[in-house]
Design a protein around this ligand. Structure first.
Ligand code: PMP
Length: 357
């Protein structure tokens, strides 16, 4: 076909590729080792609702029941929530709502690549503020950059993927106060952090959008349930580009089950993941020549002497991890935190690799 048929900003783009996985231990996508269906009472709750499920009906376009439940979790009003087909859709809606061709999206770098990808697809530009040594972000420097550029959209990923670095609420607020245009605070991993959510700021800052997801802490990545928390005007703006039936009915049902049982689910999973994070970090720190970065999320970033060799060694041990092409993350691997047993397998494989060196 004629490439010029494609919108100009997409003509040089490539489809987003997720590499095929052949390993059986998968720690490359920050998925939870737990699912809400592991809890017998949660499963029963789900089955009770599923009996009444009518697949011939279109889903509720605004997921009213689910956003009521999510508003209880977030401590806000239902009208201050927009449910998306994963947090990914919330990022897409945010970029598509605010970015004109030529507009700037400001990110700290390295971070989740979707903000920049979505921006570039519609002709926006990503301006990146590099982290300091050890992937530490400097909030004052970021705030100064916001003041200098006044980007059309500022992004904060907190805790940051893939580095695990977290900013305090005061640090996030200092940036919210400086930004004259929308600020997206992506809290996909916030449940794993000992930091406070920026949701408490949505009445104070009308430019603030907080992204959350049920993919990570609730182990529901397969159902694609993410949401934005913001003031009502902002939710209305983000809804302009929303496909009518963006969240399917099955996902709305499962999201409701998760919310109605959230205390039980989080009380079980979060302490286990944070303990497993501590265990994995301690073990990794015993390896020679491996830099281990402090993480507030359900993954740990490490830098090894030879990234490709480490990926291969882990693959030979049947473990799939995430590695990167960007220069900032040269020789870095991101390991999702799951169980101590998996941690032991990682350490055995890496130790073997280094004993050959
Ligand atoms: N934000 C961040 C920082 C992420 O890492 C992810 C998942 N990789 C998302 C948003 C999107 O998550 P989901 O679409 O599964 O809700």
């Amino acid at each position: 076909m004629d490439n010029r048929w494609i919108r100009k900003t997409l003509q040089k783009a490539e489809p987003y590729v997720v590499p095929a996985i052949s390993e059986s231990i998968v720690i490359n996508a920050n998925e939870s080792p737990y699912t809400i269906f592991d809890f017998p009472e949660v499963r029963r709750d789900y089955e009770k609702r599923f009996v009444r499920f009518r697949s011939c009906r279109y889903p509720d376009p605004y997921a009213e029941e689910l956003r009521l439940a999510l508003s209880g979790y977030m401590g806000c009003e239902p009208g201050e929530i927009l449910v998306g087909n994963g947090g990914d859709e919330i990022i897409g809606l945010t970029v598509n709502t605010f970015i004109n061709p030529g507009d700037t999206v400001l990110t700290h770098w390295p971070t989740f690549d979707m903000y920049g990808i979505d921006a570039v697809m519609i002709g926006g530009r990503e301006v990146r503020v590099p982290d300091e040594d050890g992937f530490v972000r400097n909030a004052a420097a970021y705030r100064r950059k916001v003041e200098e550029v006044q980007p059309k959209l500022t992004v904060i990923c907190n805790p940051n993927n893939p580095t695990g670095h977290v900013w305090s609420l005061a640090e996030v607020e200092s940036i919210a106060a400086a930004a004259k245009n929308p600020l997206l605070v992506d809290e996909a991993y916030m449940e794993f952090a000992a930091a406070d959510s920026a949701v408490s700021l949505i009445h104070k800052y009308d430019n603030l959008i907080v992204l959350r997801t049920l993919s990570k802490s609730f182990g529901l990545a397969g159902y694609r349930i993410g949401y934005a928390v913001a003031n009502k005007e902002m939710i209305k703006a983000l809804s302009l580009m929303k496909p009518a039936y963006n969240v399917n009915a099955m996902s709305q049902l499962v999201g409701l089950v998760a919310m109605d049982n959230r205390d039980k689910i989080l009380a079980y999973t979060i302490p286990r993941i944070t303990a497993a994070r501590r265990y994995l970090a301690e073990k990794l720190r015993t390896l020679p020549d491996v830099a281990v970065y402090d993480s507030a999320a359900n993954f740990i970033l490490i830098r090894v002497p030879d990234g490709a060799a480490a990926v291969n060694a882990l693959s030979a041990a049947d473990i799939a991890v995430r590695s990167y092409k960007t220069e900032a993350l040269k020789n870095c691997l991101r390991l999702t935190v799951t169980t101590n047993e998996t941690a032991d397998r990682i350490i055995t494989a890496l130790r073997k690799e280094y004993s050959h060196a």
